[in-house]
Write a protein that binds this ligand. Structure first.
Ligand SMILES: [Zn+2]
Ligand SMILES: [Zn+2]
Length: 242
């Protein structure tokens, strides 16, 4: 299986990343990706883009340096009710809406509170996928999270950067992948690149997925058609929820 679209990248607009969108596109082309999603953080974190960034996102070209550029976001989950930090009207036109737990917006709590936050975000009709659910800073009940994702048709990310920067993620990611295989959950592989050279780097995530025998059908960014089908279904659902 190949990953052809990177569903998780950050540019200088995120405040703590170091490459432009154009540089990420060139790096994606070098790695022979078909496309990438630009997923800046939601505005609740200090230094992150103003909401005007998302209001203006349609000016971005659909193709850049011969790779497809998809418009996305990585929202912050704000509380255990699954509240996120961007108004629905900015989320409606996006191609891919991820939400994740970040310490600056949601302090790690008990396993049941963290699990409630993730399952509520999964149930949020404006959210398509959960970023880095394997983060050991936020202990969760993976059985509950994976089953919630299956019933809502949402994707769980196997985040390649987690293997390096979120120590202890590997065992959690393996648990997620095994449960995803058992229950048929959708997965996505994201680099979480904060520098262009890391865009399209799925080394550890992909090794894990291969080791556990996950079929390409379950990985939404293993083909352009799979990703675009998932994205268009989710867009329709977001429109229906307005
Ligand atoms: Zn994140
Ligand atoms: Zn990220």
């Amino acid at each position: 299986m190949k990953i052809v679209i990177d569903t998780h990248t950050h540019s200088v607009a995120s405040g703590h990343a170091y490459s432009t969108i154009s540089e990420i596109a060139m790096a994606a082309r070098k790695r022979r990706l078909k496309g990438f999603v630009i997923t800046e953080h939601g505005p609740a974190l200090q230094g992150f883009p103003h909401v005007y960034y998302f209001g203006n996102i349609n000016i971005l070209p659909l193709k850049l340096h011969n790779v497809r550029l998809y418009r996305g976001v990585e929202l912050n989950i704000m509380d255990s009710s699954g509240e996120v930090d961007l108004n629905h009207r900015y989320l409606r036109p996006l191609d891919f809406v991820m939400a994740g737990l970040h310490e600056a917006c949601f302090l790690p709590q008990s396993e049941s509170e963290n699990t409630a936050a993730l399952t509520a975000a999964i149930a949020n009709p404006f959210v398509d996928a959960i970023s880095h659910p394997g983060n050991p800073e936020f202990p969760v009940n993976y059985e509950t999270v994976v089953r919630a994702a299956v019933s809502a048709g949402k994707a769980l990310e196997i985040n390649n950067s987690s293997f390096r920067v979120r120590k202890g993620s590997e065992a959690n990611c393996r648990t997620i992948v095994r449960l995803a295989k058992r229950y048929g959950a959708l997965l996505c592989c994201g680099s979480d690149a904060h520098f262009a050279a890391d865009a399209g780097n799925f080394k550890y995530a992909l090794e894990l997925i291969h080791e556990e025998g996950i079929h390409a059908d379950q990985v939404i960014n293993s083909s352009v058609a799979r990703f675009e089908y998932f994205s268009s279904c989710r867009k329709q659902a977001r429109l229906g929820a307005c």
